[in-house]
Design a protein around this ligand. Structure first.
Ligand code: ADP
Length: 850
């Protein structure tokens, strides 16, 4: 058995149309629904308009039909009337004709009868009796012409239409109607020829003339002629009588809804096609009414459609406004629920009308618990009820506190928290107050933070107050004192004068208290303040006379809490330290002087040692001169030269003593722009005496175009002589062969530590420096020699370093064997060459490290 659905759901097509339309409507999107809702009335209006037009059109057609029928009927009726009238006359005339035929009527009778007939029937104009030979026997009332004229017309020579009527009547033996217009000056006439038969033989005709105009006037019923333009026409459609509506072929006449001239024509029966009656309906006013109605309906329809469209536009604008309002409302609602501030609205009687989510979350009560409640509210702590009630009373009376009030609030679980309430009036859109809006902020946390802050502030101030340094902060460009600790207040009071004095005396960048410094400070204050506090703090030690204290002053720039650039001054009392230092310094100086005096004795031999060289030279010169004078081998010139040299050596000996003395007295070196080659030549000359003693050869090289050095030449020469002598002694101690007994002195420009210097180096071929000697090389009184003083190198280092140079010693190797050693020192070129710089940077030569 095939499976069959027991319950068959109706397919959409089976549903009733209303239900189908409803479903279709529900399936539409709201936007489409709106559109359909807008279009449907518009379509309805258009349909209505179309229906009205159709109805009007139909009515119009009906009316035209009816009109046409009416015209037809009336024309037929009129034709009947005319026909009857003509037939009646025809009947009477035929009776006369019969009487004539039967000779019952003579000419007089005929005339009488004719006259009475013509008088009786105005359309009948004339009657004539014409015999078979076309002669007029008698005539009456032929208004247009005489019997003679009539006779003439029947003249065979002038045969015309009357004759044809006559002929036709004779031939047909029937009354014959004939339309006749003789001329334009006469009214049109209708002739009737009735044949006369005398005993079966044609004996002439009885001719009657009808005035067409008379026919029209008396034959057409007045009600018909009142309604239509009735006219009588001949066979060619030419107007014979009556009125005609001119047939205007206007544009409106061609339009379908305008009525064409409604007319109807038919031949008048006994006459035949020779006389046609036509009626034209006057233009009915109905058409005008119809079109007026049409325009009314059209105007109303257009207005309705326009109103619908305008309405739709208006609705659309309203919908847009509504949507904007909705999104605004949603936005505000979202904002409100995301807000942490509790909101509560009350009416003027103090009844809660609204609470927001935050308020409910804060208090733990739900919206339904709170809305509609009046005081006392459930979140009032029992203990504060009276206070809160009085506060609420004030609030309702409009006595709000601008800064808000702090209250305690009870949560649903009974716990309490601190809150701050701010009240503002609730104004509706009409501007009238409808209640009060209260915002509530939980200030438990801020309170806690504030307490913590105040505690930390207290700690901070306690520490600052207890500090043994005075701390003050003042903004740049103002006399205001931003902060001062206890010690500052003790020392300087509560004014910023002390602060400014400290800054001024410490020689720090001045704070702009006087106008002169305004500019520089302004530009200074214009710097980004955040960068300033990072700058190093400055340090100075000053003596404040009014306090009688030595203070160590440190200043620092900082951006104050309000963003202003401020200067902090920390002054520490260092009077005791300063005194101790001064004491120590004087003691040290005293000790140093005495130690120098002690050393002086020890140095005597050293001085002797130094003086040995010039004295030896003097001795040598003198001996030489004596022996050469004795041998009389000397010219005056040579003697003068030798004496000059002797004098020079004596002068040098004096200088050495002077220098050593001044050195011991710790005086400044006497710097002058000195030429390197001169210094080297002097030193070589001095040293050569010693070198010769040790049988040591000296090679020296000085680079060309060396600049002047800003040095004390005697001291530098002293260093060179010392190094050369040490080198010669070292070679001598090493017992070198004569060929190896060489000392090399080189002076070259170099770059050391990125600056140009002049390097002096002395290289020997001795045994070099043992590691223990190297370690103690510049120690005073350290010597490996039995007669050595151990002062030379120490003195050399002091001299070199006082000229901002460095001394260095290194061993020279030949493979692994030490082949000698090299002492070198350098003096910076630029600084020494600049008189100002050297004068500024000149330092006292350090006393010997004793
Ligand atoms: P002195 O020459 O009176 O001993 P110095 O201070 O001039 O005093 O020298 C200290 C020591 O350094 C010397 O005793 C010597 O041992 C060592 N010294 C100095 N110059 C040289 C050198 N050119 N070669 C080897 N040793 C040297």
């Amino acid at each position: 058995m095939p499976f069959k659905n027991l319950v068959s759901l109706p397919s959409p097509m089976e549903l009733p149309p209303v239900e189908r339309a409803r479903r279709w409507w529900r399936r539409l999107t709201p936007h489409r629904q709106d559109r359909v809702a807008m279009l449907a009335p518009l379509a309805a209006v258009l349909l209505f308009f179309a229906a009205i037009v159709a109805a009007l059109g139909y009515l119009r057609v009906e009316e035209i039909d009816r009109e046409r029928e009416a015209v037809q009927r009336d024309v037929e009726y009129t034709q009947q009337r005319l026909r009857l009238r003509l037939l009646e006359r025809q009947e009477q005339l035929m009776r006369i004709a019969r009487e004539i035929s039967s000779r019952e009527l003579d000419l007089d009778d005929f005339r009488t009868r004719s006259e009475s007939m013509i008088n009786q029937y105005p359309e009948l104009q004339g009657i004539a009796w014409i015999d078979d030979r076309r002669r007029v026997r008698a005539s009456f009332g032929t208004a247009v012409r005489t019997a003679h004229e009539l006779q003439q017309t029947f003249d065979p020579a002038k045969r015309n239409d009357t004759d044809s009527g006559f002929s036709l009547a004779r031939e047909s033996n029937q009354p014959v109607y004939q339309q006749r217009v003789w001329s334009t000056e006469f009214a049109p006439l209708l002739q009737m020829h009735i044949p006369l038969n005398e005993r079966g033989r044609f004996s002439g005709v009885l001719m009657a003339e009808y005035s067409v105009d008379g026919l029209y006037r008396y034959g057409v019923p007045s009600e018909v002629s009142a309604r239509y333009a009735v006219s009588l026409l001949d066979v060619n459609g030419k107007l014979l009588a009556g009125t005609v509506i001119p047939n205007k072929k206007t544009v409106t006449g061609l339009l379908p809804w305008t009525n064409p001239t409604n007319e109807y024509a038919m031949p008048v029966s006994p006459v035949g096609s020779g006389l046609v009656i036509r009626a034209q309906a006057y233009r009915a006013s109905l058409g005008v009414i119809g079109s007026g109605l049409f325009w009314l309906v059209a105007t109303l329809s257009v207005m309705t459609a326009w109103m619908l469209i305008a309405n739709w536009r208006h609705t659309r604008r309203r919908v847009q406004a509504q949507q904007a309002l909705m999104s605004e409302t949603n936005f505000r609602r979202a904002m409100e629920s995301s807000m942490l501030t509790g909101m509560r609205a009350m009416d003027l009687q103090g009844r809660i009308t609204y609470v927001n989510t935050a308020f409910c979350q804060m208090t733990g009560w739900t919206e339904s618990d709170l809305v509609g409640r009046t005081a006392p509210f459930p979140y009032w702590p029992d203990a504060d009820r009276e206070h809160l009630a009085s506060h609420l009373e004030k609030e309702l009376a409009g006595k709000t506190v601008p800064g808000g009030v702090q209250v305690r609030v009870k949560r649903r679980d009974g716990s309490l928290f601190d809150a701050r309430l701010y009240v503002s009036p609730l104004i509706d859109s009409q501007g009238t107050q409808t209640g009060w809006m209260t915002s509530m902020t939980d200030i438990t946390e801020p309170n806690r933070v504030r307490e913590q802050l105040s505690a930390s502030h207290q700690r901070f101030t306690t520490v600052l107050e207890a500090l043994d340094a005075s701390i003050s902060v003042a903004p740049l460009g103002s006399d205001e004192l931003l902060f001062a600790n206890k010690l500052y207040r003790q020392w300087f009071g509560t004014q910023s004068g002390g602060h400014l004095q400290l800054v001024a005396e410490a020689g720090m960048p001045p704070s702009p208290t006087n106008d002169e410094s305004q500019d520089s400070v302004d530009s200074f204050a214009g710097l980004p303040t955040s960068s300033l506090p990072d700058t190093d703090s400055e340090n100075a030690e000053i003596f404040i006379r009014p306090l009688g204290k030595w203070l160590e002053v440190r200043t620092r720039y900082l951006s104050w809490v309000d963003g202003r650039l401020a200067q902090m001054v920390i002054a520490t009392d260092i009077t005791s330290r300063r005194l101790a230092e001064e004491q120590a310094a004087t003691q040290a100086e005293r000790a140093q002087t005495s130690s120098r005096l002690i050393t002086m004795g020890e140095m005597a031999s050293s001085v002797a040692h130094e003086l040995n060289q010039p004295l030896t030279a003097i001795n040598n010169y003198c001996n030489g001169m004596v022996s050469r004078i004795k041998a009389q081998q000397i010219s005056e010139q040579d003697l003068l030269g030798a004496l000059e040299k002797t004098a020079h050596q004596a002068q040098r000996a004096g200088q050495i003593i002077q220098r050593i003395r001044s050195f011991v007295k710790r005086s400044e070196p006497n710097r002058t722009p000195s030429e390197v080659s001169v210094m080297v030549a002097e030193a070589v000359e001095l040293a050569e005496i010693e070198l010769r003693r040790f049988n040591v050869r000296l090679n020296h090289y000085v680079a060309a175009r060396l600049p002047l050095l800003m040095v004390d030449p005697i001291l530098i020469e002293q260093v060179l002589v010392n190094l050369l002598r040490n080198a010669a002694e070292s070679i001598d101690i090493a017992l070198r062969q004569t060929s190896e007994r060489i000392v090399e002195l080189r002076v070259v420009p170099r770059h050391i530590e990125g600056k140009p210097v002049i390097e002096f180096s002395v290289q020997d071929t001795g045994k070099g420096l043992a590691p223990e000697v190297m370690a103690r090389l510049y120690e005073a009184f350290y010597s490996t020699k039995s007669d050595g003083m151990g002062i030379g190198l120490s003195l050399c280092r002091s001299i070199v370093e006082s000229h901002l140079g460095r001394i260095n010693a290194e061993n020279l190797y030949n493979g692994t064997e030490v082949s000698g050693c090299r002492f070198s020192f350098w003096i910076p070129m630029t600084e020494a060459a600049l008189p100002d710089a050297s004068a500024n940077s000149a330092k006292a030569i350090k006393p010997l490290d004793i």
